[in-house]
Each structure stands twice: as structure tokens, then as C-alpha cells.
Design a protein around this ligand. Structure first.
Ligand code: ATP
Ligand code: MG
Length: 482
């Protein structure tokens, strides 16, 4: 039997009292090596305050990725004192959503930090907006649904982005699919509902009046969504001027017009939503409420997914048969999904996630599963449902976030192929000496890694071996054995 074949049945569920591996939701690790050892750097694709973004090729997987390189000598005193870079990493680690740019890992050397991420081939939404071709209202609706969905998700996690603008919204592909990815969390911060946020942040065209006044809530992001929606329809911002001061003064007046000829064929509902976003903070819709606006009903369609297809049936089966275990094999699977597998295999399952997530909160819960997976659970009772909602990050909750869903829904035979396992091993084997230790595995998988003894024990149990390390032969034998 080849390395790729596994028997899910042999996974043993462990009880909640057993010390367990902590597999973090998003596996963003501090890579111990230098960026240039792991990547071939390519041409520049963007520049900002103290960072530049380049294409790069990941040497092990040959995947084209992007890297944001932060030059430490350009950091402002404020950025250093607020621990800006690590704040951005911490935010990326807490969020897990299909409309977020995927981050792989970060590196540090004497002069720079490097964050590696997926490369969004479609470039900035800004280019689409500014190239004058009219975007159909249906497409505007599709884009806004995704932007509001991510804003709602972030706010629920008490994160405010503060720089939602078309330059920071990237398109996954060049084709007409319009799957968007939000990038650039350089201005994002954690907020508290009990306290207003202070200090200006953002870009004048998209800044809300209360941000200009330096005291505001997370609803500043919804204002920016209103500006973007206006721009997607008309091709220009609602508040313009020849200088930053003039733009800011126009934003503060809050006067804009929906009489522009571009609005002639636009629905009344779309205009109503813009008005509900470009309005004073106390009346402004939250992103979660905006997603319930009647405009979205006009273009509501569940297309592109055959719920009777073999593929969909297989996903249902995987979910039903999932057994929480959190063992060594789960750790390797999680690493392969996050760091090795390419888009081609992940995307179809991502599309299922988005299909199931009907209320666009970035979570699959009982309701979503019940509505679209009845067939699967009818025969299996609700056992599968109970299983999938347990044991992530040591919590028992009633929902799955994106990467968790991938781990449950993706086929083992797609993840644990010999090629993927070998690549994962190569990436974990820092010293290229054919040995991976508990520390190496833990550093890649548990973000605030501290329980090395648990990892050592797990490796010892798995391989019946005393030194808490493993080699390529053992890992292949284990995968072959199921
Ligand atoms: N993953 C990516 N794929 C493709 N292009 C990207 C990617 N990330 C960034 N870019 C391009 O690089 C530009 C700059 O990136 P980003 O917005 O993250 O940095 P920045 O504006 O310099 O950040 P900051 O505002 O923190 O200074 C983006 O507007 C986009 O054009
Ligand atoms: Mg930016």
C-alpha cells in the first residue's frame, strides 16, 4: 500500500481529560531559518510606509507566493512602541476566513521582518474600479457580500481593520470569479466595546468623519465599505478634492450625491444600503446587519454547487465520519493543509464552506449543517454533528471556522499523499539531517508553543521510540499503517 492510503477508522478518539496536542487554527509560525533559504525572491508588486511586497517562490513546494518585507530602519517610534509588527502577526493568527489573504509564516533577520502569504493573481480591486468598465450590479453585490462578511467576522473578534480600501482588497484570480481577499492588517487593532478608539488611521478618501475627529468605534470600517460600494458603482469616490485637506473637509460635510448617471440603472435597494453605510456613526448599519439588507435578497442565488454531486456527498461523508482525536496524524494533516497543499485541492472545499455559511458569519454551525447536510445526518443520527463541533483548540463549541472545516471535510487520501508527507517532512526538518524533533513539530503547529512534553509523549507513543523524534521512514510507515 502506498503512503497516501489511510484508514480513518483506526483513528482513536481520546477523552477531553487527556493532555492533548494544541493544534492552532491558523498555523502561522516563526520560521527558524532565513527567508532566503526557503524562498526565491522575485519582482516587487507593492510598496508602502515601511514595507514592500514582492513575489516569491517557495523552494520546497514551487508555489508562487507573496512576501511583505518590513524594513526595521523605516519603523517609526510609535510603531516600535506599539509592537506593531507582532500585533499584525497576532491578528493574523486569530483570524481564519476564506476572504482573508492566507499567511504562511514569518521570518526575522537583523534588518527585516518577512511575512509570506498567498499570491493573489487578480491584483487590487482598485484596478477594477479605476479601469472605467462598468461593473454589473450583481457583481457589486457579490463583492460587497464578501467585504461585509469579513468586516462582520473581524468585528465579532473585536478587531477593527481601519484601512478597508480597494488597494487592500485583492482578487484571487484574474478571471471573472471575483473571490476577494482582504490584505494589509498594518492598521488593524483589537478594540473594546466599552471604550472608543482614539487616533487617526487610514486613508482620507475612505476615512469616516469620526476617525477624522480621532474618536470612534469599529463602525469606521462600515463607512469605508459604503465608500467602496459607491466606487464600485460609479468608478470614483463619493468625497473628492484636490488635496487631502479638501477631501477631509468634504468627508466631514458628509454630502454626496446618488444622482450620478451611473446610478440610473441601479436598484433602489443598493442606494438604500449606501445611505445606511455613509451615515453618522450612531445610525450606521453594522456589517452583520448590512448583510441582512434586502439588496442581498435581489441577487440571492445558490449556484455553482451540486449538492447531489459525488464530491459533495463525499464531503458529507467525511464530516459524518470525522472522529475528534488530535493526535500526531492530525498534526501532520493540519501542517500539510496549511503549508503544503496547493489551491487546486483546497478550493472546491472552500467553495462548500462558503455555500454552507449562509449567514456569512465565517462559521459553520448546527443550522448551516442541518440545512444543507440533512441527507448525510439522517442516517447517521447527529453523531457526526456532535463530533465535528468538539475538540478544536481544546474548546467545545458549536461551530467550525474555515481551517477547522478544511481539516474535517478534506479527504485523507488527498492530504496524506506520499508527495505531501515528504514535502512536509522536508519543511519540518530544519537541519536537513533526516530528523524531526518534538520541538520542531511544536514550533510549526502550536502558536504559543509551550507544551513540549505533550508533543514528546505523543511522538514516543506514535513511534514506540524513546527520544521524541522521528524520521521519514517512520512517518511513512505510520501513514501506510492508517
Ligand atoms: N498577497 C498578495 N498578493 C498580491 N499582491 C499583493 C499581496 N499583498 C500585497 N500585495 C500588493 O502590494 C500592495 C501593498 O501591500 P500592503 O497593502 O500589504 O502593504 P502596505 O500598504 O505597504 O502596508 P502598510 O499600509 O502597512 O504600509 C497591495 O496594495 C497589493 O497591490
Ligand atoms: Mg496597503
Amino acid at each position: 500500500m502506498g503512503c497516501g492510503k489511510t484508514k480513518e477508522k483506526t483513528l482513536v478518539a481520546i477523552t477531553i481529560d487527556t493532555p492533548r496536542l494544541k493544534i492552532h487554527k491558523t498555523l502561522i509560525w516563526k520560521h527558524p531559518k532565513s527567508f532566503y533559504e526557503e524562498y526565491q525572491s522575485g519582482n516587487k508588486i507593492g510598496t508602502g510606509g515601511f514595507a514592500e511586497v514582492r513575489r516569491c517562490t517557495h523552494k520546497t513546494t514551487c508555489q508562487m507566493r507573496a512576501v511583505k518585507i518590513y524594513y526595521k530602519n523605516l519603523f517609526t517610534a510609535d510603531y516600535v512602541s506599539s509592537n506593531g509588527f507582532h500585533n499584525e502577526i497576532e491578528i493574523f493568527r486569530r483570524i481564519d476566513h476564506p476572504n482573508l489573504v492566507k499567511v504562511y509564516e514569518y521570518f526575522e533577520d537583523e534588518k527585516c521582518f518577512y511575512i509570506t502569504m498567498e499570491f493573489c493573481k487578480g491584483g487590487e480591486l482598485f484596478e477594477k474600479v479605476s479601469n472605467k468598465t462598468k461593473i454589473p450590479e450583481r457583481t457589486v453585490c457579490l463583492i460587497m457580500k464578501q467585504i461585509l462578511s469579513i468586516v462582520s467576522y473581524l468585528h465579532e473578534k473585536l478587531i477593527v481593520h481601519r484601512d478597508i480600501k480597494p488597494e487592500n482588497i485583492l482578487l484571487e484570480d484574474r478571471d471573472g470569479d471575483f473571490h476577494i481577499k482582504i490584505a494589509d492588517f498594518g492598521n488593524a487593532i483589537f478594540f473594546s466595546k466599552a471604550q472608543n478608539i482614539k487616533g487617526q488611521a487610514g486613508t482620507s478618501y475612505y476615512m469616516s468623519p469620526e476617525v477624522i475627529d480621532s474618536e470612534y468605534s469599529e463602525k469606521c470600517d462600515e463607512w469605508s465599505c459604503g465608500v467602496i460600494m459607491f466606487m464600485l458603482i460609479t468608478g470614483c469616490p463619493p468625497f473628492i478634492g484636490n488635496s487631502d485637506d479638501e477631501i477631509i473637509s468634504n468627508v466631514k460635510k458628509q454630502e454626496y450625491s446618488l444622482e450620478n448617471p451611473s446610478f440610473a440603472t441601479i436598484s433602489h435597494e443598493a442606494k438604500d444600503l449606501i445611505k445606511s453605510l455613509l451615515t453618522p456613526e450612531n445610525n450606521r448599519l453594522s456589517a452583520a446587519d448590512a448583510l441582512k439588507h434586502p439588496w442581498f435578497e435581489l441577487f440571492k442565488e445558490k449556484q455553482g454547487l451540486q449538492t447531489t454531486s459525488d464530491f459533495y456527498m463525499k464531503i458529507q461523508e467525511n464530516i459524518r465520519n470525522y472522529r475528534p482525536s488530535c493526535n500526531f496524524k492530525d498534526a501532520i494533516k493540519a501542517f500539510i493543509i496549511s503549508h503544503v497543499m496547493g489551491d487546486k485541492d483546497i478550493r472546491p472545499v472552500r467553495d462548500v464552506f462558503m455555500f454552507l455559511d449562509e449567514d456569512h458569519d465565517g462559521k459553520i454551525d448546527d443550522h448551516d449543517i442541518g440545512k444543507y447536510m440533512n441527507k448525510s445526518f439522517k442516517d447517521g443520527g447527529n453523531e457526526g454533528q456532535i463530533n465535528i463541533f468538539k475538540y478544536f483548540e481544546g474548546e467545545t463549541r458549536g461551530f467550525l471556522e474555515y481551517n477547522e472545516f478544511l481539516r474535517v471535510a478534506l479527504e485523507d487520501s488527498l492530504i496524506l499523499t506520499k508527495k505531501n508527507v515528504l514535502m512536509a517532512f522536508g519543511m519540518l526538518d530544519w537541519y536537513k539531517n533526516g530528523v524531526v524533533t518534538a520541538e520542531m513539530l511544536m514550533a510549526a503547529i502550536e502558536s504559543n508553543a509551550k507544551d513540549v512534553e505533550i508533543w514528546k509523549n505523543m511522538i514516543e507513543e506514535t513511534f514506540r521510540k524513546k527520544d521524541g523524534s522521528f524520521g521519514i521512514r517512520q512517518i511513512c510507515e505510520m501513514i501506510e499503517g492508517g
